[in-house]
Design a binder for this molecule. Structure first.
Ligand SMILES: NC(=O)c1ccc[n+]([C@@H]2O[C@H](COP(=O)([O-])OP(=O)(O)OC[C@H]3O[C@@H](n4cnc5c(N)ncnc54)[C@H](O)[C@@H]3O)[C@@H](O)[C@H]2O)c1
Length: 444
């Protein structure tokens, strides 16, 4: 049993905290957001993540986790402290470390005995050493000589499958040169290696770079298949078949080869930017990632442009039923969602948007306000609509009531950014159907 403090109870901090509690540790989740702490204390998860709320309630009941806004409570009662605050994109594209800095300073001001400080947030190479320096400086001012270790332990969970990813990880990366920290971190993660992959120990800088390299590689994969999909459309190939044809090659694999409306979320866009920035600062260019950014920007306009083309460049007065707002299925996260670009495109072109998402509507309302109409049901979005646009691959959109759709749309037109439907079936059902990297069907 370890005594664990987690600073920041967002997607990463909350999931990590609950998972560590579930494996028998005593966990304190600390956040500056009092409303969040209040909700969590009552067993309500502020974010949607499958299985999270149940696990949260179970561990609250068994007194293995509690939440606080008090830094003192957290630091005095923990031996291992995870920093899991946000690291958003700064003005120059670098990762903005203001939250990490605030936390490091507070640790330096409050630490009294040996602690392992773990950078779980995604932070640029060199941040571990920087955090160590901040803490050391604060200790110097206090005239104290307290031992501590700063470890890099990047997180690889996916939103929508965060609990499973955390408890059955493909691998755990731990970056430290301290034997003491290595032993504690190893024992903390040991339960998860029974269900998941191995712990990979390395130096701190390599661990920091590993996280960015992993996300950048996945962003490359997505952008690659998006470009090939756009080409497939031009040359009359079917991207679904091409994907299958290349995915069986074990050197390539099937994962992350789904064409779509561009990647979004809280990680890929910002981490690609931050890595480009790190490289620039080191005097190196990352040409591949520069291209990924360009490709993704273009991809986010693909669905909007298709619709505009279908309506002969005139969207004024048209109504779009939008299915899906979240950047991917099974999350309520709207950060950098392709739906944001899509909605802006539609509004700028004079169209009206009626949107539905099973989980992300509250977050979407914070972004769009009353600029679009939010409806309570995917079918309600169709009222008076000229077209259905699909931006998120929610399971409930996969087998809709097609005859209802046809009856209620002004024109049986579906533009699908996630390739959810079979082309022959859509043709048989009498739809005009456009997707990504495949032929369009039912076009008159
Ligand atoms: N979301 C993901 O899927 C994911 C996956 C892997 C890594 N990451 C990385 O993990 C980090 C956290 O991401 P997230 O999505 O969980 O962020 P988030 O925005 O959901 O949560 C961050 C939390 O930190 C809190 N916070 C900010 N300053 C604080 C302070 N001084 N003291 C205490 N709490 C404070 C905020 O109130 C918020 O609750 C980022 O670096 C991100 O890149 C995220």
């Amino acid at each position: 049993m370890h005594k664990i403090g987690v600073i920041g109870t967002g997607y990463v901090g909350l999931v990590s905290g609950v998972a560590f509690a579930e494996t028998g540790n005593k966990v304190i989740g600390m956040d500056i957001d009092a409303a969040k702490v209040d909700m969590l204390t009552k067993g309500k998860s502020p974010i949607y993540e499958p299985g999270l709320e149940e696990l949260l309630q179970k561990n609250l009941q068994e007194n293995r986790i509690h939440f606080t806004t008090s830094f003192e409570d957290m630091i005095q009662n923990s031996d291992v402290i995870f920093i899991a605050v946000g690291t958003p994109t700064g003005e120059d594209g670098s990762a903005d470390l203001k939250y990490v800095k605030a936390v490091a300073e507070e640790i330096g001001e409050k630490i009294e005995s040996y602690k392992i400080i773990v950078d779980k947030s995604t932070v640029p190479v060199g941040t571990g050493a920087w955090v160590e320096g901040i803490i050391r400086d604060k200790l110097k001012v206090r005239g104290l000589n307290v031992e501590f270790d700063v470890v890099s332990n990047p997180e690889f969970l996916k939103e929508g499958a965060a609990i499973k990813d955390f408890m059955e990880p493909d691998r755990v990366v731990i970056g430290t040169d301290s034997a003491k920290a290595r032993e504690v971190m190893g024992s903390l993660y040991q339960p998860f290696t029974k269900t998941g992959g191995p712990i990979v120990f390395m130096d701190r800088v390599s661990a920091e770079l590993t996280k960015y390299a992993a996300n950048a590689f996945l962003a490359v994969k997505v952008s690659f298949i998006n470009e090939i999909a756009n080409l497939a459309e031009k040359v009359g190939a079917d991207i679904t078949k091409v994907r299958e044809g290349i995915g069986h090659d074990q050197r390539i694999g099937h994962h992350f080869l789904n064409p779509g409306p561009g990647f979004g979320g809280s990680c890929f866009p910002k981490d690609v930017k931050a890595l480009i920035h790190t490289a620039k600062e080191s005097g190196q260019s990352l040409h591949l990632l520069d291209s990924v950014e360009k490709i993704n920007k273009v991809q986010k306009s693909v669905i909007g442009n298709k619709i505009k083309y279908i309506f002969n460049d005139d969207l004024k007065g048209k109504t779009v039923a939008l299915w899906g707002l979240a950047f991917k299925a099974k999350t309520d996260d709207m950060r950098e969602s392709p739906a944001i670009d899509f909605v802006e495109f539609m509004l700028n072109n004079g169209a009206k948007v009626q949107a539905f998402d099973p989980e992300a509507m509250e977050n979407a309302k914070k972004i769009f306000g009353d600029k679009i109409t939010f409806v309570e049901d995917q079918y309600e979005a169709l009222a008076g609509a000229d077209v259905v646009a699909i931006l998120t691959e929610w399971p409930e959109f996969r087998s809709p009531n097609f005859s209802w759709l046809k009856q209620h749309l002004k024109r049986p037109l579906v533009v699908d950014g996630r390739n959810l439907y079979d082309l022959d079936m859509m043709e048989r059902e009498g739809f005009e159907y456009h997707s990504i990297g495949r032929r369009s069907v039912g076009v008159k």
